[in-house]
Design a protein around this ligand. Structure first.
Ligand code: NAI
Ligand code: MG
Length: 352
């Protein structure tokens, strides 16, 4: 029997609650599909930062490096600046393990009302491939003439040939497993150095995939299209910032952040990949037992797929769909009254 060693970092707020439910579902899948899971939990979080001055220990990356995958809840909580929690844990992990793909599937689940009335599950099924290691999220820049009348800040973007090419190629590979359409988010009219470069590399890679339909679209127009004509989109590839914004938009369109999973993927598999919900720690509802664990459960399903447990991953998706479609356990964000735990238990039971 294969046993996977999974590091789990529940983090802050509802990250803790939803991760517990995702574990419950993965354990149920393990029982049915005949594999083992050894969980090792880390308390790395804003609480740890407040207690000890660091989100994770100095050798945190080393501690994680031997695991088969990482299941992350969410980090961030009032009292700790968001850039501290992000740059003290999430961004170092993504970069140290070369998780340069941020994969964010977006589909309308049965039984969930979309913001787009009159659409159903067949109309909305896309995946956002977000560049996850460079681009607009760079540490290069600084504040100058601080405090003086000429004070200004500079925030540089970094686009490397290797970084742009590999994420675009990944998007085309994903498209070959789906409906063979890729749309690239650009903004070459506004960002006159980085985006024409991105576009040129997109054209080069597209030429290697004559079997895949390719197009590019300015990110603002693409945002509108996601709402107005989502059926025209399949794989959407974008830079770090564009991919971040587009995937939250897409999540909202499919019924909210409680449903949107994501994977930080190292396609070379020489370091663990990390799976998490798109949402954050939701301090406004933390501790009330009403967070929707679906996004985190679907993220755990992506983790099983990545590990090669294809049947178990499909079963997790199907169990989530059954519970939603029959409205067996539905949290308040989707108009129900079920608790976080009730949803996790219902999905685990549907799977078993
Ligand atoms: P958020 O995603 O935590 O919450 C946005 C809104 O969506 C809130 O009203 C929340 O109640 C609701 N919501 C989110 N997830 C939900 C769920 N599973 N079920 C029901 N409702 C849900 O984003 P926000 O408020 O901007 O950030 C809160 C904290 O989370 C910040 O400290 C931020 O830095 C952090 N964060 C962390 C992320 C991560 O760890 N990857 C990602 C995004 C934010
Ligand atoms: Mg985001």
């Amino acid at each position: 029997m294969t046993t996977y060693r999974i590091a789990t970092i529940p983090g802050d707020g509802i990250g803790v609650d939803v991760t517990a439910e995702a574990r419950k579902v993965v354990d149920a899948a393990a029982g049915v599909y005949g594999f083992g899971v050894e969980w090792v939990e880390f308390d790395w979080s804003c609480q740890r930062y407040l207690d000890s001055g660091a989100m994770m220990p100095g050798d945190g990356i080393d501690q994680l490096s031997g695991f088969d995958a990482i299941l992350l809840g969410a980090v961030g909580f009032p009292g700790v600046a968001d850039h501290v929690s992000l740059w003290g844990l999430l961004i170092p992990v993504r970069r140290a393990f070369n998780q340069y793909v941020n994969l964010r599937p977006v589909r309308l689940l049965p039984g969930v009302a979309t913001a787009l009335a009159g659409r159903d599950a067949a109309d909305l099924d896309m995946v956002v491939v977000r560049e996850n290691s460079e681009g607009e999220y760079s540490a290069i820049g600084g504040k100058h003439n601080a405090g003086g009348p000429g004070e200004f800040v500079v925030q540089e973007s970094v686009f490397t040939r290797v970084g742009v090419e590999r994420i675009i190629r990944y998007a085309f590979e994903v498209a070959r497993t789906r409906s063979r359409r890729v749309c690239s988010a650009t903004k070459s009219n506004g960002l006159i150095h980085s985006m024409p470069y991105w576009d040129a590399i997109f054209a080069e890679v597209a030429a290697e995939y004559p079997d895949v339909h390719s197009e590019q679209c300015h990110v603002d127009a693409l945002a509108a299209r996601m709402v107005l004509n989502p059926e025209r989109l399949d794989v959407v590839v974008g830079s770090n910032l564009f991919g971040d914004i587009l995937s939250d938009l897409a999540a909202a369109v499919t019924g909210g952040l409680g449903l949107a999973p994501s994977g930080n993927i190292n396609p070379h598999r020489d370091a663990p990949s990390m799976f998490e919900a798109v949402h954050g720690s939701a301090p406004d509802i933390a501790g009330r037992g009403i967070a929707n664990p679906t996004a985190q459960i679907l993220a755990a399903g992506m983790m099983l797929e990545h590990l090669g447990e294809t049947a178990a991953a499909a079963a997790v998706n199907a169990a989530v769909e059954t519970v939603l479609d029959k409205r067996q356990a539905v949290t308040p964000d989707l108009g129900g009254a079920a608790t976080t735990q009730a949803v996790g238990s219902a999905v685990a039971a549907a799977l078993a």
